[in-house]
Design a protein around this ligand. Structure first.
Ligand code: CDP
Length: 233
């Protein structure tokens, strides 16, 4: 077996990258970090502390001033198999998945100081390697030297369909058209923002997962992981 590596998985919203990253980490005994959950937790903090204006825009100045008070950590998966996101020690895993957070998170993630703070936290999590992190800018900005980079894509309709089913399963009220609109809106904001826009790193391997079953996808990922880890003595 080779040395521990860093695995960066980037892609569009609801492309299935979190499920994939989580499962890979579990199989190879690595730490899993959901960087999107961190942007969601900051968004929840802004919502709770009166930093969202009535027109839905973010009070950037207030939020940036509060950043030093925001700490985000993860509680490893317990019996339910789900890793929980903690905002200043409070378990906010359920709240951060709401549609309200989903609709405000991309505007929050555009703010350069927010990105700076979260990227620093993320790099800290990866110091010892042996980590799988998923997001939008992991292979380009957070870990540009990651040994393994994957870029996941699938059509907006396919992604919205999946997210819709996922929300339904969790008992969250959702309308497909609304979910699709949210997916498209976030795609747009994420790819066109100035700081660390979502794009495929030049050395990332691309996976169109609309065409694979979850099992085929995992096999593909494990193969890549094993060959890259082996090279990395
Ligand atoms: O819900 P989904 O899995 O599609 O997205 P997420 O991974 O939870 O991320 C939510 C939002 O956070 C994204 O739409 C991006 O706007 C932002 N994000 C980011 O800017 N950079 C990251 N590394 C991760 C997420």
């Amino acid at each position: 077996m080779g040395k521990k590596i860093i695995v960066a998985i980037d892609g569009f919203s609801s492309s299935g990258k979190s499920t994939m990253a989580r499962e890979l980490a579990k199989r190879v005994g690595y730490v899993y970090v959901d960087s999107g959950a961190m942007y969601r937790a900051v968004t929840l903090y802004a919502m709770r502390n009166g930093m969202v204006n009535t027109d839905g825009s973010i009070d950037e100045e207030k939020l940036v001033a509060a950043l030093p008070e925001i700490n985000i950590t993860f509680q490893p998966a317990g019996a339910d198999g789900v890793q929980h996101t903690l905002l200043n020690g409070e378990d906010v895993e359920k709240e951060i998945r709401s549609m309200e957070v989903s609709s405000l998170v991309s505007p929050v993630a555009v703010i350069p100081a927010v990105r700076e703070r979260l990227v620093a936290l993320q790099q800290g999590f990866g110091k010892e390697k042996g980590i799988v992190m998923d997001g939008r800018d992991i292979g380009t900005t957070v870990f540009p030297d990651a040994e393994m980079k994957v870029f996941v894509s699938a059509s907006p309709e396919e992604r919205a369909r999946r997210r819709f089913l996922e929300l339904k399963e969790k008992g969250v009220d959702a309308v497909y058209e609304e979910v699709l609109r949210n997916v498209e809106e976030r795609d747009h904001i994420d790819t066109t923002r100035e700081v660390s826009p979502l794009r495929k790193a030049a050395d990332a391997i691309e996976l169109d997962n609309g065409s694979l079953t979850p099992e085929q996808q995992m096999n593909w990922l494990m193969d890549k992981f094993q060959s890259i880890e082996k090279e990395n003595i």
